[in-house]
Design a protein around this ligand. Structure first.
Ligand SMILES: [Zn+2]
Length: 485
């Protein structure tokens, strides 16, 4: 079954066709490591993770490259303002290297907590200065550059369709003209390829180049590193919608100028996360990080919440929605545990083969039909431009389906979790501590003796230990209140 993805270039859902059969070259813009990534940033990495997992679920081998911007990203996101890393280093009284190492490690830790798969290659901008200088030289040779007092700039008027990704029109260009401009730039959309260190200034991070001492422009690293690791053209480039107008537009310009090709065939963008209805900004939500929510929630609760919205719609985070996701995820873990407890661990279709036909065979045949039906519907949902809300809905329908055996449900959950990444493979059978088990059997004795009040007191004590007693037709069952992975 084909994967369909919404391509920002065409503004259409397209059937994904890889450049090389069975393989996907995938570049995702990574964080600028001057501060912690907030949850809005993490939503983008979660969407990219779902995209990668969906491709892998479909049998593709994905080469996933992500960069760390550790130089050159200015506070304006354009060509004015301070370098975010140098600014942060000054504020924290540390070296630029200390800052970037610290926040790179923090990012990796947060990504792991959210069960985001490690890219095949992590690439740092400062490790690829040579490649970036080579790219500017190539652009210079082809006549796409000009020099002004503070750097080497890309002449966007040299491309016929600059801005096609963002569909920048005259209106958009005028809007661009309103932002703070660098004096001497020929067109408002021109951007820096190499910034020169001003005379008399000593930056922490600067390098010699044919144009003088300085540092690369922010967009340059992605073009240089994607070309190095994925080639002049690869399959998918992803990022947040905030990258469309400037960063990705300029990456396309650089690659088209240098190699005559749009670097990626599919440009996929994830929408913003709102916090209590506000865009995350300095004033609201900028400091809401994975580490912060981890005091109250399992980080995977945020992953679950993100899955409940389509990646191309804005999503609002409220503490109520986090609570609801916490409950839902715990319920799903309970279901998984129940299925584990109810089954021997043998694969149900093996049993079916052994049993062949007969009475039991009839039952399993119905199960088999259901199994393949859910399997197909799940694949349809995720392959339809990563429709995770629909896929999650199916998960809940499936676990509640009375006609499906527990073993089949367990197998399906594990299979679907290869895309969802909710940690269902880490759920183990219930294993109450011996104190809780003792209390439960004592309570059962008291119940047999109809000593209800005493039995209830023990139930309360069991609850304090984090467990609930459910009385089932087969006897009491101990259920953990909150399953931790
Ligand atoms: Zn980038």
């Amino acid at each position: 079954m084909a994967v369909k993805l919404f391509n920002t270039l065409s503004r259409k859902k397209e059937t994904f066709k890889p450049l090389r059969p069975g393989r996907v070259g995938f570049y995702a813009c990574g964080p600028t490591v001057y501060w912690y990534a907030h949850l809005g940033n993490m939503r983008a990495y979660l969407f990219e993770d779902i995209l990668r997992r969906t491709l892998e679920y479909n049998g593709y081998k994905v080469r996933h490259v992500m960069n760390f911007t550790d130089v050159g990203h200015l506070t304006s996101d354009q060509d004015t303002g301070e370098d975010k890393i140098e600014k942060s280093a000054k504020q924290e009284g540390k070296t630029a290297k200390e800052i970037t190492n610290f926040y790179t490690a923090a990012f990796k830790k947060d990504a792991a907590l959210l069960n985001i798969k490690k890219p095949t290659i992590y690439a740092k901008a400062t490790d690829h200065i040579k490649e970036q200088i080579e790219l500017v030289k190539l652009l210079e040779k082809k006549g796409f550059t000009y020099k002004i007092y503070d750097g080497i700039y890309f002449d966007t008027s040299r491309l016929k369709d600059y801005g096609k990704l963002a569909r920048l029109d005259a209106e958009g260009l005028k809007a661009g003209a309103r932002v703070e401009q660098v004096h001497g730039k020929k067109h408002p959309t021109d951007f820096a390829l190499w910034k020169l260190t001003p005379a008399g200034v000593k930056r922490q991070q600067e390098w010699d180049s044919p144009w003088g001492r300085g540092f690369p422009g922010w967009h340059l690293e992605c073009s240089a590193m994607s070309q190095k690791y994925l080639g002049e053209q690869f399959d998918i480039h992803a990022g947040g919608v905030d990258h469309i107008n400037i960063h990705h537009t300029n990456e396309i310009a650089q690659s088209e100028g240098a190699y005559g090709k749009n670097p990626a065939r599919y440009w996929i963008h994830g929408e913003f996360l709102l916090i209590d209805g506000d865009k995350i900004s300095k004033s609201a939500g900028d400091d809401i990080t994975v580490e912060k929510i981890a005091n109250r929630f399992s980080p995977l609760v945020f992953r679950y919440l993100v899955l409940t919205a389509h990646y191309r719609s804005q999503m609002n985070l409220t503490w109520e929605s986090m609570e609801a996701s916490q409950t839902a995820l715990n319920n799903l873990y309970q279901k998984m545990r129940d299925f584990l407890d109810e089954t021997s661990g043998q694969q149900w279709w093996l049993k079916r083969l052994v049993k062949n036909l007969g009475l039991a065979g009839k039952q399993t045949q119905a199960t088999f039909k259901k199994y393949t039906k859910y399997e197909k519907q799940f694949l349809e949902a995720i392959n339809d431009d990563l429709d995770t809300p629909k896929a999650l809905g199916l998960v809940w329908l499936m676990v509640a389906d009375q006609e499906l055996a527990s073993d089949a449900k367990k197998q399906l959950l594990l299979k679907f979790d290869r895309v969802l990444g909710l940690g269902l493979d880490k759920i183990k059978s219930a294993n109450p501590p011996s104190l809780v088990k003792k209390l439960a059997s004592r309570r059962e004795e008291l119940r047999q003796q109809k000593q209800w009040l005493n039995a209830d007191a023990l139930r309360a004590q069991i609850e304090q230990e984090g467990w609930l007693v459910e009385d089932t037709p087969y006897g009491p069952k101990l259920v953990e209140k909150k399953i931790k992975l």
